[in-house]
Design a protein around this ligand. Structure first.
Ligand code: NAP
Length: 470
């Protein structure tokens, strides 16, 4: 056998041996890294003062005393770039009915902007703490549970809804269904977590009531799972519970490419109702059509439509003219002189007179916010003569959150995540929202080291490969 021949015959086996050796070496290195990591975390786990590094998932049970968090303080109220500042904060203590969650990703909401601005009031005056960690959406891993909590255990992969119920409503924790005997939104003690309470999701750990915890849809990434709760559950209550939306009805959706709007369109489609989307750019119009809108109106085509207090007679006349043209644009999309049965409102002052005007006889204007202002003015004759109803709505109760989340788990409703940012960009991403430069929903990574990871195992694996590359 010639040397050449021997070599060519032996090479594949040699390669296999080399590959095996490399794999073994890698496995040993990974094991060593795992051991070192777990030794390091275990040593901190006794309540180290030092926060865990960002982008890692420590062993269950490892719980430092301190964590990294973006904090709003009273003296910093203003635009997001000014109001959010990173600080090292104590990890929150939990009560018997509460759960501590390791935040993998957090969702961005307009209430972070409001909290930073200190408008219309300082949320620090509401919860009376001298710090405010905003953030009302998160996906994460249950880290510790209170003594009464039976429905969740450390290691569960979850998302969080943001309705805090009054204490009297949270003493039973066997299953999430224990919380639904009456509508907890009626309670005076009801609060929005991460807005009216100080320990929201822009931190490594957050604490919530056990009833706020929902199963994470397994098919979603951490960032997708963190992105939808607050806006989707609000839109669900507005349209399904409050407006009692019916198949074949028509819904006018203001801000249809925004956080609430993208879910309102999907809910309409699911029910068999036609959504007419209102937006301010062509890009946003495309998104709405993709989500299933019947048609789109660009509000920029109606330059006098927005109401302003103190308008002149001439401005008022032009606005009324634009309101009529706007109504005709709806008819054009529908192909008939038909007005919306439901108007999905959250813009408030600027759009409210138009909403009441274009709403159909016996129709419903359902409203959950006043982004452009709270002092809504409208011609009440349009309301009473045609027996329209105005319905206020605020977030959602646990049952609505559970039902709505099931639709996401089944893939019927989808998150609309336009962009994921890093933990360090939390002020920037709120600034983008404040300047209305976004569409759909945005999220930030916290303990997830990169986008695209769906569970604890993937997150741990990715964190290790980042460490070994470094
Ligand atoms: P978002 O993502 O910023 O979307 C809001 C949309 O409203 C924007 O995309 C914009 O769309 C439109 N808009 C803004 N200013 C407008 C104006 N002057 N006239 C007409 N349209 C205007 O915010 P979001 O997450 O949907 O939240 C919207 C509001 O609801 C916020 O104030 C938020 O705090 C509130 N909210 C309340 C609850 C609750 O439970 N009560 C829950 C969720 C949200 P175009 O520029 O494309 O028209």
């Amino acid at each position: 056998m010639s040397r050449d021949k021997k070599q060519s015959k032996d090479t594949p086996r040699k390669l296999i041996h080399e590959e095996q050796a490399i794999e073994d070496a890698v496995n040993v290195a990974i094991k060593e890294a795992e051991d070192m990591e777990s030794i390091a975390y275990s040593s901190r786990g006794g309540g180290s003062e030092e926060p865990i590094p960002l982008g890692v998932v420590p062993d269950l049970g490892v719980l430092p005393k301190k964590m990294r968090a973006w904090v709003i303080r009273k003296e910093r109220h203003g635009e997001p770039m000014k109001s959010f500042k990173e600080e090292i904060m104590p990890v929150p203590n939990i009560g018997p009915n509460e759960v501590l969650v390791l935040v993998m990703a957090a969702g961005i909401n307009y209430n972070g902007v409001w909290a930073g601005l200190g408008q219309p009031l300082s949320v620090l005056d509401v919860h009376k703490e001298n710090y405010h960690i905003a953030g009302s959406d998160a996906s994460g891993i249950v880290w510790k549970v209170g003594s009464n909590v039976k429905s969740w255990k450390p290691g569960d992969e979850v998302i969080l809804h943001c309705n805090i119920e009054s204490e009297t409503h949270t003493t039973r924790t066997e299953t999430p269904y224990d919380f639904i005997s009456y509508d907890p939104m009626a309670s005076r003690g009801q609060r929005i977590w991460g807005y009216e309470t100080p320990d929201g999701s822009f931190a490594q750990f957050t604490k919530v009531q056990a009833q706020q915890v929902l199963p994470k849809p397994e098919h979603l990434t951490w960032e997708e799972a963190a992105s939808y709760g607050l806006c989707y559950f609000t839109a669900y209550r507005m349209l399904i519970t409050q407006a009692q939306l019916q198949p074949s009805e028509v819904v006018l959706v203001w801000g249809a490419a925004g956080g609430l709007g993208v879910f309102a369109i999907q809910i309409c489609k699911m029910v068999g109702a036609d959504a007419i989307a209102v937006v301010s750019s062509d890009d946003k119009a495309d998104l709405c059509m993709e989500l299933g809108a019947k048609g789109v109106i660009n509000r920029k085509d109606f330059p006098h439509l927005m109401f302003k207090h103190g308008e002149t007679e001439e401005e008022r006349a032009k606005r009324l003219e634009d309101m009529k043209r706007f109504g005709q644009a709806i008819w054009k999309i529908l192909g008939e002189r038909r007005n919306p049965n439901v108007v999905f409102e959250h813009v408030g002052e600027a759009t409210f007179p138009t909403s009441v005007f274009v709403c159909s006889r016996f129709g419903r204007v359902v409203i959950c916010a006043g982004t452009s202002g709270y002092d809504c003015e409208f011609d009440v004759r349009h309301l009473w003569m045609h027996q329209k109803r105005i319905i206020g709505s605020h977030f959602a109760n646990a049952l609505e959150c559970i039902r709505a989340n099931e639709l996401v788990r089944k893939g019927i409703i989808k998150p609309v995540l336009s962009h994921t940012y890093s933990y360090h960009e939390i002020p920037d991403v709120h600034q983008i929202m404040y300047e209305n430069k976004h569409s759909g929903k945005m999220a930030v990574l916290v303990q997830a080291s990169q986008t695209g990871l769906k569970n604890t195992e993937e997150a741990r694996g990715a964190a290790k490969s980042v460490q070994s590359r470094a």
